[in-house]
Ligand binder design. Sequence first.
Ligand code: HAM
Length: 429
Amino acid sequence: MDNFKNLRGTVDLLPDQLIKWQNVEKLILEQLFRASVKEIRTPILEMTELFMRGIGEGTDVVSKEMYTFLDRGERSCTLRPEGTASVARALIQNGISTKPSQKLWYMGPMFRYERPQAGRQRQFHQLGVEFIGYESVRSDIEIITLAWDILDKLGIKELNLEINTLGDDIDRSNFQKAFLKWLEVNKNSLDLDSQKRIDKNPLRILDTKNVQTKQILEDAPKLFDFLSKKSLERYINIKEKLKLLKIPFIENSSLVRGLDYYTHTAFEITSGLLGSQATVCGGGRYDNLISQMGGTETPAIGFAIGLERLILLSGKDLEKSRDTDIYIVNKGFNAETLAMDLSRKLRNFDLKTELDVSGASFSKQFKKANKIKSKSIIVIGDDEASKREFVIRLFNNEISEDQQETISIEDNIKLEKWLKSNLLLDLKL
Ligand code: HAM
């Protein structure tokens, strides 16, 4: 029988790779904590209808990319392709969508049936941030700077922020009328993909990658020209504030995003260091989503960062894990019991401790401690065990007497003193 393989577009993350993931996630969580953003966790599996209504049936995500199936109760279920619709549902369902000013984050797997390539998977991970109940221009700036600062904190280079405005519903519907008229006349000059989008999602024609269509679109009506005075002022204000904060940005009038819920601000952050899948972060304002899904009208804005792309971009320094503080070398029946006791005690300190359970010779255990670069070692043989004591020393190759201590297993004070002066830890007993 052939061995099992994972499904195309899914990836096993192995222990050595996960060190980087954990370091990146830790930095992100610290940054979110400092910005007073709270976590929300919603199910990975939702009713299909949620995404059809929330994201829009005409989008590629809903029409081509969802993992949808009937469960045993004949209900249509979908593995979430993104997190915003689920967050909106959870807030409405739990009666807290109108609670003022909520800053929320989530992290976890998302699923889209796309053609896998570097930086694009079928199961991928996102960090999402949603500011619910926020209307002011300053909340747009805060969300953009939060995304920017997370990427910056991780040392990611060659970042480009692209922004656009999609106006409000009326602006867009006025534009759409004029655009559809133009499309009627110019339909045959467009590429096939764009032609197919005319009925389903004409706005997305604007972000076509087809060079010829792009050229033709230069003469098409511009959404920008259909913005109301209020929408335009809002956009100008955002640009001014970004300039004041010295966040560099590029205006991209064809940035429309792949999900239908956006209003006003839309933005993406790309990195020149990624290949064709250059967008590491995408987001925008979605003032109508919560009301469209049955909640009270609530303005909101958010973004999501693709974690696989973030990991590709993060530096090698994040691949390192904290070295082991103490390696416990032990051999002999009584020594082994004592060593187990001691390792449990040491883990109550903030120490990374590894107990050797191989039963191998002392020299093999020393070699292992050396290999993993343990900062110090504890040695217990039956001799020490019979006296209920152990030897602790820093693990460099020359043994210096003053760094080595014989300590009784009951003598917490002496142990703590040694740990404090040699491992420089702020210990709490
Ligand atoms: P999105 O642009 O569809 O937005 O996805 C956000 C990010 O997820 C992308 O920029 C990319 O880094 C990553 N991503 C998307 N698809 C894949 C894939 N197949 N493989 C690897 N990475 C991928 C959203 O999902 C919105 N919910 C963002 C948002 C939150 N807008 C408002 N609030």
